[in-house]
Design a protein. Sequence first.
Length: 455
Amino acid sequence: MVIIMHYERLAAMNKAHLWLPFTQMKDYNESDPLIIERGEGVKLYDVQGRSYYDGFSSVWLNVHGHNVPELNQAITDQLDRVAHSTLLGMANIPAIELAEKLVGITPKGLNKVFYSDSGATGVEIAIKMAFQYWHNRGIHEKKTFITMNQAYHGDTIGAVSVSAIPLYHDVFRPMLFSTEVIPYPYAYRHKGGAVGAMESTLTALRSLLETRGDEIAALMVEPIVQGAAGMIIMPPGCLREMAALCRKHDVLLIADEVATGFGRTGAMFACDLEGVSPDLMVVGKGLTGGYLPVAATLATDEIYDAFYADYQEQKTFFHGHSFTGNPLGCAVALASLKRFEERDMLQGVIAKSSWVQQKLMALKERPHVGEIRQKGLMIGIELVRDKASREPYDWADRIGVRAAQRARELGMLTRPLGNVVVFIPPLASTEDELDAMTDILAASIIDVTENGLTT
């Protein structure tokens, strides 16, 4: 009775005051609202004592699980020193040490680190750096950006300008700067399959660079996996060819590794899979193991040097955030990266991704599973009304939402991307835990697509 009363009080307060992101509040308030109280390992527990596997890593960011003693201790130790000290005109120890660490593990040439507090702000920084880089060099024609259709790079105005998901972004279009959009290679929905999809992408990029390369500041790309679009995976070699075209035409390459970074794809960064070194790279989410909001934009020395000048030249990068380089966040990020090394987590991801792939093979044969897309432990399962014709479900069918609701009933949390069910477990998940989660995943899909369960 006490637990029920506690939940009802919180639910009423929630309904009265809290507005959740990416959530239709009418749906949320009319349902049984989920209110999390604590986490332990790869499970989350609500205020009513029910447990759930964290099947989407708390929106793709948890790495080692929840309530990890070493990460907790890193924050506590730093808290005994200083909780925050600005980076405006000064530095702090964890920010310096983390910068050195990031330079050591990111693609070659990214030697300078600029901190922020989220992936979106990291993208804003990359956009502004790219724009001002050309400006500081006296090349004022280069001010246009290329993005890719269905791209998602965050929700601030600059980040939305280089994004292209109509559902999220069209309402804001009058507020945004214009960009050039090329196709992301979506093999499942392309008549030519992987080869045709890749060729369409490269042809569009090549044509644009050949005709307008002198106007293009940078290409923004989600390398290898386009997340919010539905876990779309690039054909092998595509990213490498795109990088080569950018180099040929003197256009900067910005890699948004916010979702793909820190082991998600089986490499530390998705760019590593094809040996690509971008001019700017944005990281976030898993940077702190999923503990605190820290992001970073890494730049080459060439870009940094364009801002390095006498004070009176006014080439300074006038951008910053109050909590930039927060010592608590940087300290836990260092502890997270140490844990990566000590536990050889990248090799673990490779083994676990193979395990998950084997577990999901049977699901491929189900009548409404169109495609299972996987790179490392980033998985998207596209559900279709008709497997032969690849006819999608209507938006009103809420098929992805229903599958996620059923998974919650069975003890696992995830969020769909339209008709795509997402599975991105914490990297630290054991095979037994992955076994249980994939069983729930399969059961929830079968229940809503074949057994008529409406949830």
